[in-house]
Design a protein around this ligand. Structure first.
Ligand SMILES: Cc1cc2nc3c(=O)[nH]c(=O)nc-3n(C[C@H](O)[C@H](O)[C@H](O)COP(=O)(O)O)c2cc1C
Length: 153
C-alpha cells in the first residue's frame, strides 16, 4: 500500500471545495493501474509524527493568513519538523495556497519549510488569490494525482 497524506487547512466553504477537489484525485481510474494508492485526509491541526513518517508522499493545502501560511499548517510543521526531517527527505510533495489578495509570504514560507525538509517537488504548486473557479479545482486535482503517481514510482 502506498499512502499519500493530504494535509490541509480549509476553513471556509470555498477552500473546502479545494480540499474536495484534491481528494477526488483518488477516483481517477488511471491511478488505480499504478497499484494500491491510498489518499488520507489529515487536518493540519491534528499533526501525527508517526503518520508522516509512514507515508510515501504529501499534498499540502493552506490559506494565506497574515502574510504567512495558516497558523494551522504552521502548527503542523512546528510539531513534526524535527522528527521527520531526515527520514522523509526526498519524498514527493506539492501544494496549493489560496489567498484573498497576496500570497507572497505564504509562498516564501512553504518553499523555505519544504526545502528544509528536503522533500521533492513533484508538480508545480497551485497558488492563486480570489474566487475559486473550476479551473483551479482541476489544477488541484491534477497536482494531487501527479504527487500520487510520483509516490507509486
Ligand atoms: C485573519 C485573516 C488573514 C488573512 N490574511 C491574508 C493574507 O495575508 N494574504 C491573503 O492573500 N489573504 C489573506 N486572507 C484571506 C484568506 O486567505 C482567504 O479568506 C482564504 O483563502 C479563504 O478564502 P475565501 O474567503 O474566499 O473562502 C486572510 C483571511 C483572514 C481571515
Amino acid at each position: 500500500m502506498t499512502r499519500i497524506l493530504l494535509i490541509h487547512h480549509s476553513p471556509t466553504e470555498s477552500t473546502r471545495r479545494i480540499a474536495d477537489a484534491a481528494l477526488s484525485a483518488a477516483q481517477i481510474p488511471e491511478l488505480a493501474e499504478l497499484g494500491d494508492l491510498e489518499l488520507v485526509e489529515v487536518a493540519a491541526l491534528e499533526p501525527d509524527i508517526d503518520q508522516v513518517l509512514s507515508a510515501d508522499a504529501y499534498v499540502l493545502g493552506t490559506t494565506a493568513n497574515f502574510g504567512y501560511i495558516s497558523g494551522a499548517l504552521k502548527h503542523f510543521f512546528d510539531t513534526v519538523y524535527d522528527h521527520v526531517r531526515e527520514p522523509t527527505a526526498g519524498r514527493p510533495f506539492s501544494y496549493w495556497i489560496h489567498g484573498g489578495y497576496d500570497t507572497t509570504g505564504a509562498e516564501k514560507a512553504m518553499e523555505a519549510i519544504t526545502t528544509g525538509l528536503g522533500w521533492s517537488l513533484a508538480q508545480q504548486p497551485v497558488v492563486w488569490t480570489g474566487a475559486v473557479e473550476e479551473e483551479h479545482l482541476e489544477q488541484v486535482q491534477e497536482m494531487t494525482a501527479t504527487v500520487m503517481a510520483a509516490a507509486a514510482d
